[in-house]
Design a protein around this ligand. Sequence first.
Ligand code: ADP
Ligand code: MG
Ligand code: MG
Length: 249
Amino acid sequence: MLTIKNLHANINGKEILKGINLEVKAGEVHAIMGPNGSGKSTLASVLAGREVFEVTAGDVTFNGKNLLEMAPENRSREGIFLGFQYPVEIPGVSMVNFMRAALNEHRKYKGLEPLSASEFLKTMRQKSQIVEIDSKLTNRAVNEGFSGGEKKKNEIFQMALLEPMLSILDETDSGLDIDALRIVATGVTKLKTSENATIVITHYQRLLDYIVPDYVHILYNGRIVKSAGKELALELEEKGYDWIKNGDE
Ligand code: ADP
Ligand code: MG
Ligand code: MG
């Protein structure tokens, strides 16, 4: 589904990604861990097409298409979803209208008819159960005044509605209490199929108790320095990152 080869990216002339290689297949869950400032969010942003980052080398293909040539909105329409570390507030735009517009935009791209208001509400009600989101929130402006937990639940709610092929979740667990963490993480698990794939960026093993990864990668200093199965997350929990850092020097 996703093939990343030798990806290098800069911000303001400073190299952040220094040759990333990664292959993600349908049905897989990949966890990306690593110390702060390693480039995890940068990788997510580059895949989503945020333009502040300049790709200086490498190739990324998504379902055989050159991802780096695609506009950000087309990456989304093609099935890439980015759950943000810090979800943005959109004052004045209600969740219902925002999500209906987004979903119908995706449907149009696939050659499907738009959903009517009543069809959309029905779909929304079903999907809202996945993350146990309060239906009152859907009448409010997108993320405006939402608590940290509500914002993160809302990200997964959007993911449930859009049914992406590849979801990239950047620290979806940060700032969540234990109950919200469980709800968000089991929500992600419920959305998992053999056709889609997930990349979870996280600092903590506890998220991976719910979202069990097939592969764990350590990103350090702009490179994936180690890849293994889910046991690597436990090893990190126990040993921290120092052994990785020392090995690098
Ligand atoms: P991580 O998500 O692994 O903590 P990031 O990808 O957020 O790391 O950041 C990697 C590096 O890129 C850091 O040194 C950070 O300061 C730098 N960086 C990220 N975004 C910007 C930006 N908008 N402007 C300047 N530097 C940035
Ligand atoms: Mg960080
Ligand atoms: Mg980050």
